[in-house]
Design a protein around this ligand. Structure first.
Ligand code: DGL
Length: 271
């Protein structure tokens, strides 16, 4: 495996770009191959079996691009599929949940942590499991926010409708006196301003993307897969639907210019 091989990153849509942005900032000498499963979004309301099937197809697609490592930049797929696919492919695969839980445990002072995510992520209880393994005294309060992903995908990140939904969803968590809130879906950092207005300045917001990029860097070092120190710009972007819409959105988020996004029939990778 060449050290110059790219890193595969995927999500159900644009959310994983919040992780790509951190990877580009922290390890700019790595090349990214991104896949957004926009035709099959949202993942958050689907079954574990379905998400494992989708994850396998996407990793098979990324393997055709000769990736040297994969980042599952989606909490739902990390919760449901990471343990399974890790055993099936012989490249390192990391998710976003473990890094996010680690920062949350380090951040809280009063031991009361809120987690917002998709229905799948919250129902899986994965953040509770990781946080309680770190420290059994922690109190974890989860809340699924199913409308956040479609609002982000529609570009309504600063909108009164989004604000109203944020008040309803997060208001329920604030009565538990949390001092830390995990943005447990990679779409949610795009709603950071709205969420900040709802929680005020006494609650720390945890975005697992930063720690995930750090975890990726560590694993690349461990496996002797680090690139050559020269910043890269030849990143490639693929989606399962709506390439132009995705490209426009990506250009508002990423520090590099996304020149092209290609459509892929991801069902072709189900052999
Ligand atoms: N951004 C993803 C996550 O972190 C998935 C959102 C969805 O498709 O429901 O869970």
């Amino acid at each position: 495996m060449s050290n110059l091989a790219p890193i595969g990153v995927f999500d159900s849509g644009v959310g994983g770009l919040t992780v790509v942005k951190e990877i580009m900032n922290q390890i700019p000498d790595e090349t990214i191959i991104y896949f957004g499963d926009t035709a099959r979004l949202p993942y958050g309301s689907k079954s574990k079996e379905t998400i494992i099937t989708y994850t396998r197809q996407i990793i098979r697609f990324l393997m055709t691009k000769n990736v040297k490592a994969v980042v599952i930049a989606c909490n739902t797929a990390s919760a449901f599929a990471l343990d399974t696919v890790k055993k099936e492919f012989d490249v390192p695969i990391i998710g976003v949940v473990k890094p996010g839980a680690k920062v949350a445990a380090e951040t809280t002072k009063n031991g009361r942590i809120g987690v917002i995510g998709t229905e799948g992520t919250i129902q899986s209880g994965i953040y509770n499991d990781f946080l309680n393994k770190t420290n059994p005294q922690l109190k974890v309060y989860g809340k699924a926010c199913p409308l956040f992903v479609p609002l982000v995908e529609e570009g309504l990140v600063d909108d009164s409708v989004t604000m109203e939904m944020a008040r309803r969803y997060i208001g329920e968590l604030l009565i538990n006196d949390i001092d830390t809130l995990v943005l447990g879906c990679t779409h949610y950092p795009l709603l950071r301003n709205t969420i900040r207005k709802v929680v005020g300045d006494k609650v720390e917001l945890v975005n697992p993307a930063y720690e995930t990029a750090q975890a990726l860097n560590v694993i690349l070092k461990e496996k002797d897969l680090k690139s050559n120190g020269i910043p890269k710009t030849d990143h490639k972007f693929f989606v399962s639907d709506g390439a132009d819409k995705f490209k426009k959105f990506a250009n508002t988020i990423l520090p590099c210019e996304v020149v092209e996004t290609k459509d892929v029939n991801i069902e072709n990778y189900s052999f």
